[in-house]
Design a binder for this molecule. Structure first.
Ligand SMILES: *Cc1c(COP(=O)(O)O)cnc(C)c1O
Length: 378
């Protein structure tokens, strides 16, 4: 389902995976073998990701959401426990707590990083607080070092949702290296894809063993196929996906360079326009661009602008639509916008522009031109 530009020139997709002949060849190699699940590509993919994040253990799973769920359950977070997280994220980062009947406590974000604001954490904490679950929004690391210190000092767990930040670095440390467990995701719009897929990482051997077992129907590593030591899930990644992951991963660095280039083209085109702010990359951050999201000035009607661009065939997306405003969350928790003022304001003004590895200058110009005309005619 790609929304594309229908007007002039070639269509402009909102996002686009990058699949090479080598990717296809490696997947075909799996299909020609007898091992379609739990094989060497899964192990190799796990090793690659563990090395990237400097972690002892990596456990491939069927999605990023599955990885987050394994981390929550693996840390023993259960009914009535509270997990402090951000409302400015994809629903999976709160759902993983809800799956275990734990309660997500939404804390507002910082305007600079769009991540969980460390200064607001203590006021939201209480006797039931069990863990922090921060998110690196759009690939831009939040102040994870501070959050890691806070979690350690207060005896909380820390789950790093790195699903949008594969390849990012914060003060020299890779995303995925912080806290008790970290999670990556490989849906087709992420920096690299396996189709569906995710990876949960940790340095703790016991946590790793619990998560490995739960991923595989609660089996024991040493036991037989029909021996189950605990309640588990089928959260395994198949070999076709893992092979695609291995092949894609080999090109991660070149993807990040291309994405840097496209982001720089956008920044140039947007410079000097007073009613829009391009994303800010802080000096101690290596940004792995996931999406390209701009923030409009308060007096610009974002939804009108998006509709006008859509009419010109330029796809955009209001991103994120925050978690506390989702109907099923509202029904249960009723967190008013006034309690989350930064999130509420940012969520009404942000907008993802078309973005992928090979977006040419001509398309960047068409997007920014359509944006300019849409804003100036409102
Ligand atoms: C992509 C993503 C996930 C995981 O998504 P899946 O579709 O389950 O792989 C989790 N959290 C965030 C913030 C994401 O962007």
């Amino acid at each position: 389902m790609t929304v594309s530009s229908r007007v002039s020139g070639t269509p402009i997709p909102l996002a686009q995976p990058n699949i090479s002949e080598h990717d296809i060849e490696l997947v075909m190699q799996v299909l020609r073998s007898d091992v379609l699940a739990m094989g060497p590509f899964t192990e190799e993919f796990e090793e690659r990701l563990a090395t990237l994040a400097g972690r002892r253990h990596a456990i491939a799973c069927s999605s990023g959401t599955a990885g987050l769920h394994l981390a929550v359950r693996g840390l023993g977070i259960g009914p009535g426990d509270e997990v402090i997280t951000t409302p400015f994220s994809f629903v999976a980062s709160a759902n993983c707590a809800l799956f275990e009947r734990a309660v997500p406590r939404f804390v507002d974000i910082e305007e600079t990083t769009l991540g969980l604001d460390p200064e607001l954490v203590d006021a939201a904490a209480g006797p039931h607080t069990k863990a922090l679950l921060p998110v690196h929004v759009y690939g831009n690391p939040c102040r994870i070092d501070l959050l890691e210190e806070m979690a350690a000092a207060r005896g909380w767990g820390l789950i790093e949702d790195s699903c949008e930040a594969l390849g990012s670095r914060f003060k020299g440390r890779p995303a995925g290296s912080f806290g008790d467990a970290a999670v990556f995701a490989f849906y087709p719009n992420k920096q690299i894809t396996t189709g569906e897929g995710g990876m949960v990482l940790t340095d703790d051997p016991d946590l790793a063993e619990r998560m490995r077992s739960m991923r595989n129907q609660g089996r024991d590593e040493e036991g037989t196929w029909m021996h189950h030591i605990q309640l588990g899930f089928n959260y395994r990644l198949d070999e076709m996906s893992a092979a695609l992951g291995v092949s894609q991963f080999a090109r991660l660095e070149s993807f990040l360079v291309k994405r840097d280039h496209v982001a720089a083209l956008y920044a140039e085109q947007l410079a000097g326009l007073g009613w829009v702010r391009a994303p800010v990359v802080r000096p101690h951050v290596r940004m792995s661009w996931f999406v390209y999201v701009v923030t409009l000035a308060e007096d610009v009607p974002r939804d009108v602008v998006m509709a006008k661009m859509e009419a010109e065939g330029i796809p955009t997306r209001a991103y994120f639509s925050p978690i506390h405003r989702q109907p099923y969350i509202r029904e249960r928790f009723e967190v008013p916008d006034e309690d989350l003022p930064v999130t509420a304001s940012i969520a009404d003004r942000t907008m993802a522009l078309p973005f992928h590895n090979n977006l040419p200058l001509e398309h960047v110009e068409r997007v920014v031109d359509a944006l300019r005309r849409a804003v100036e005619s409102t």
